[in-house]
Design a protein around this ligand. Structure first.
Ligand SMILES: NC(=O)C1=CN([C@@H]2O[C@H](COP(=O)(O)OP(=O)(O)OC[C@H]3O[C@@H](n4cnc5c(N)ncnc54)[C@H](OP(=O)(O)O)[C@@H]3O)[C@@H](O)[C@H]2O)C=CC1
Ligand SMILES: [Fe+3]
Length: 545
């Protein structure tokens, strides 16, 4: 039998700032998630009741001294169900049947929020659907399963900025009630519609670094290819370096070549998308799968490139001396007195120390490199949600569309200043062995495409297409927005709150304005998205990070 209701602080159940207007919230379970979540709710002014199998025992083990739990009632699970409107089930899925199976009647009409995750990736049904089968009269909502306890422990709510809570339920009123609670705790809510979406929500939590895998493997591959080329060139063909220099001087070369190649690959898919849109004469045709994945990986590629650039900058600064960068410095000449003979030299001669300064090439390469690094840091900084939020839409577009291409331009300029003077001397055959020339080819190609699409008439034509115009007008009539209805929820996962607000401002679908279902800054609903806007964003926005 369950023990009776035990207030955590017997004589102080009203002093916690409880709010009579708000729904009474129950939390079943007294584990890590339950405690952190309860504290969060109390801080937001909710009246909370915790339900435990053994409330008497838990009273002595819970951190009662922590003021955030003052006034929280610790009671039996049945009391918790009876006295609450919305109940969060913070127990493991494996215990659902044993612990909750007997409360079918008590939970009739109650909103139960399933926060659980599972350990295995593939399952025929979600935990939330399983809970529905155990408690069929309850309104089951899936939410908060992707929120780690650490985020909940940020009691001020500051650390939760931009954190998303996905919500799914077959009941609209259930989704609304839980969404309101999540918003009041400072989360961005994304409404995923019916309870079937819980399968996706539970799967997503189990995926680790999925968005990073392809960009990381790609970078690794590129780095290896450049490294092999460098080893062949400087150790086999030329024997220009000593093996002792492999860790800094030699490694710095493929590092910098990989950084600029990955930076170019960050922008290339945006330009390829533009090429396809111009060829197709419409933006409503889906891109090939590879390009779609590539577009979604731009942020990761940008961050990887920035990380490589940081390492390159540190390594270069460490080696910045005439010994390592001989072509960046004027040669020092030491004139020996005429009376110094070989015999004297063999004995002992103290040579005067001669100072030398940088050549124009060294100074220019440093200046352009510093500018590129600083601006790239600025672009990277705006990818942090809290910084990005401080920019309005046009500022954000300026940084991620114009400034980031300028960074690519400066990076190419940095390489050209270093290698350019040698290219002319190298001739048509040897130039293909110049690492500066080879590594600037792809970035140059991307810049040429960018310039082409920025010049009229191509820029005007592309803008028209991106605003919904179609070359084949018959196609336009027979292609309502629904052609792109398969906007995947995967798309949502790596987008920040900024994206939500941006999408709501962006929606300019030529043939379906009324059907947009973006709910503004604090809540974005993709449940009934009848618009191509998400794919439009992928196709047109070239956000680097
Ligand atoms: N920890 C995290 O960061 C996150 C956890 N979650 C989910 O929240 C749920 C709770 O996680 P967490 O708090 O970490 O887990 P814990 O193991 O810390 O707590 C589980 C709680 O379940 C209760 N319980 C009810 N029935 C049983 C039973 N038969 N056997 C054992 N315990 C039972 C216990 O409370 P009592 O003994 O008082 O009844 C216990 O405190 C899980 O489903 C998890 O997937 C979701 C997101 C993040
Ligand atoms: Fe450099």
């Amino acid at each position: 039998m369950e023990e009776s209701l035990v207030p955590l602080m017997e004589n102080d159940t009203k002093s916690s700032g409880t709010n009579g207007d708000r729904v009474r919230i129950g939390v079943v379970g007294t584990g890590n998630f339950a405690v952190a979540f309860t504290k969060c709710l109390v801080m937001a002014g909710y009246n909370v009741i915790m339900g435990s199998r053994r409330p008497g025992l838990r009273k002595s083990t819970l951190p009662m001294t922590e003021e955030c739990l003052c006034g929280v009632e610790l009671t039996t699970i049945s009391e918790c169900f009876t006295n609450s409107d919305v109940i969060f089930i913070a127990i493991h899925m494996e215990d659902f049947q044993d612990t909750l199976g007997k409360y079918q009647e008590l939970t009739r009409g109650k909103i139960l929020v399933d926060v659980s995750n599972r350990e295995y990736r593939y399952a025929a049904h979600s935990n939330a659907e399983y809970l529905t089968s155990i408690l069929p009269h309850a309104i089951v909502v899936k939410a908060f399963n992707s929120v780690p306890t650490q985020a909940l422990e940020q009691l001020s709510g500051m650390g939760r900025e931009g954190l998303k809570v996905l919500v799914a339920s077959d009941s609209q009123s259930g989704r609304t009630a839980v969404s309101e609670i999540a918003k009041s705790l400072g989360f961005l809510v994304i409404d995923l519609g019916g309870l079937k979406s819980a399968r996706y929500m539970e799967e997503q939590v189990l995926k680790t670094f999925t968005l990073w895998r392809i960009p990381l493997f790609l970078t690794f591959g590129i780095f290896n290819l450049w490294s092999l080329f460098i080893v062949y060139l400087y150790f086999i063909e030329k024997t220009a370096y000593n093996w002792e220099q492999i860790f800094l001087k030699v490694l710095n070369k493929p590092l910098c070549m990989t950084a600029i190649t990955v930076l170019a690959l960050t922008y290339l898919p945006g330009q390829l998308a533009a090429v396809l849109q111009v060829i197709n004469g419409t933006k409503h045709k889906r891109f090939p799968r590879v390009l779609d994945t590539w577009l979604k990986s731009r942020k990761q590629l940008g961050i990887i490139s920035y990380a490589l650039v940081c390492v390159h900058v540190i390594a270069s600064v460490l080696m910045l001396s005439p010994t390592y960068y001989s072509s960046w410095f004027h040669h020092a000449t030491v004139t020996l007195p005429a009376n110094v003979s070989h015999a004297t030299l063999d004995a002992e001669v103290v040579l005067p120390v001669t100072r030398t300064w940088m050549t124009w090439k060294g100074e220019a390469a440093c200046l352009v490199g510093i500018a590129a690094f600083l601006l790239m840091s600025a672009v990277a900084l705006t990818s942090i949600p809290s910084v990005g939020e401080s920019l309005n839409w046009s500022e954000w577009t300026c940084v991620h569309s114009k400034l980031s291409y300028f960074v690519l331009f400066l990076s190419v300029a940095h390489v050209c200043v270093m290698g350019g003077p040698g290219w002319a001397k190298a001739g048509p055959y040897k130039i293909w062995k110049s690492i500066t020339f080879l590594s600037s080819l792809l970035p140059m190609f991307v810049l040429v495409l960018k310039i082409l699409f920025s010049l009229p008439p191509l820029s005007g034509y592309l803008r028209k297409i991106r605003r919904g115009w179609e070359r084949d007008s018959r196609k336009a009539q027979s292609s309502p927005c629904s052609r792109n209805h398969d906007v995947t929820v995967v798309d949502i996962e790596d987008e920040s709150q900024k994206e939500g607000s941006r999408l709501s401002k962006l929606c300019g679908c030529a043939h379906g304005k009324g059907s947009h279902n973006y709910k503004g800054v604090k809540g974005v609903s993709f449940a009934n998205t009848n618009c191509h806007c998400a794919s439009e964003r992928l196709q047109t926005k070239t956000s680097m990070f």
